[in-house]
Ligand binder design. Structure first.
Ligand code: UFG
Length: 329
């Protein structure tokens, strides 16, 4: 039996490459569409790479015509909050205009099942509010705003053209493929776990803790960390949900447990048995105090079972990947 082709935008990136592995394992054929601006060609291991930019509508049309995907999984996006604060235009152009091209190309090609990578950054900073899928979306930065705009776009295209979507709002993704085939590598790196592992290995002088005066028990920001392999498993379930003819749905992907920056540091020290050199710094603009998922909808409705999303497993897998030397490219 031939596998069902799925177009994976951003398949050369951190989450996209793990998604390609999960899709392949589930019997699909992942076709990566990526301009390799922030992704890595050598992370495309589980299906073909179609190089292209989301802003290149002609190239998108060619790829839809060549591979005839049955569905789209859309990961490709700029995703750095700091950069989004400085250069909002990049986010509106690449993420929003790029997604519009992709969605229009999909509709024109008759490819009407769409899995979208959104973010808890669409909720913004809502103190003492349980963030479930019905919470108000009040993003604090252009990154979150761009993702919220794409969610709205998907709803409009469903009403007009029957495009059905599963939207996943991620909390903080960490960890790596336990088999060490793919992992996290951003250039520049901005995420807590890889920066911390760099500091442990002496590749950076220290990890700077961004803000120690937040209104949290230890003064540092709280996040809900999800293992990348659990996260992409949810995407495969989301794809099957659409294939089963179920309607468009939004799912948070978080565990409901929050950890402060200091707690992540402490866990890393115990997992790696090494010290994390730290420096206490200023708050980073655009950061929310606390982002923790308040919903188990994905577990209840999709049957999602996030077995690896505990700090020990995430840090252990990230540490194993870190030590493969991919960071020394
Ligand atoms: N942090 C530090 N020092 C660092 C890096 C991060 O203290 O060097 C802190 C941050 O302030 C934050 C936590 O560690 O409190 C996690 O930071 P990350 O940069 O790893 O992740 P973010 O929470 O900023 O970002 C993630 C996703 C974004 C998404 C955002 C939603 O990476 O794509 O969640 O807020 F937009």
């Amino acid at each position: 039996m031939t596998s069902i082709p799925v177009l994976v935008t951003g398949g050369a990136g951190y989450i996209g490459s793990h998604a390609c592995k999960a899709l392949k394992r589930a019997g699909f054929e992942p076709i990566t569409y990526d301009n390799c601006s922030t992704g890595w060609e050598d992370a495309v291991k589980y299906g073909p790479l179609a190089r292209g930019d989301l802003l290149d509508r002609e190239r998108l049309d060619q790829v839809f015509a060549e591979y005839k995907p049955a569905a789209v999984m859309h990961f490709a996006a700029l995703s750095q909050v700091g950069e989004a604060m400085r250069e909002p235009g990049l986010y509106w152009r690449n993420n929003v205009a790029g997604s519009l091209n992709l969605i229009e190309a999909a509709v024109d090609a008759g490819c009407l099942d769409f899995v979208f990578s959104s973010t808890c950054a669409t909720y913004g900073d809502q103190d003492n509010v349980v963030l479930d899928e019905t919470s108000a979306q009040m993003p604090l930065n252009s990154y979150g705003a761009s993702k919220r705009a794409i969610e709205d776009m998907l709803r409009d295209f469903e009403a007009a053209h029957g495009l059905r979507s599963v939207i996943f709002r991620y909390f903080n993704v960490a960890g790596a493929d336990p088999e060490g085939e793919v992992g996290e590598f951003h250039q520049p790196e901005t995420h807590l776990v890889p920066l911390m592992l760099d500091a442990i290995e002496g590749k950076r002088d220290a990890l700077t803790i961004f803000g120690t005066d937040y209104d949290t028990p230890d003064g540092t920001c709280i996040r809900d960390y999800v293992h990348v392999c659990d996260l992409v498993d949810a995407h495969v379930l989301g794809l099957k949900w659409l294939q089963d003819g179920k309607g468009s749905r939004v799912f948070n992907l978080g565990t409901g447990s929050g950890f402060s920056v200091r707690e992540v540091v402490a866990h890393s020290q115990s997992v790696t048995n090494r010290d994390v050199p730290i420096v206490e710094g200023e708050r980073r603009p655009g950061d929310c105090t606390k982002l923790v998922s308040g919903s188990t909808r994905a577990v209840q409705e999709l049957g999602w079972n996030p077995t690896r999303s505990n700090l020990e497993a995430m840090i252990r897998d990230a540490w194993r990947w870190h030590q493969t030397g991919h960071y020394d490219k």
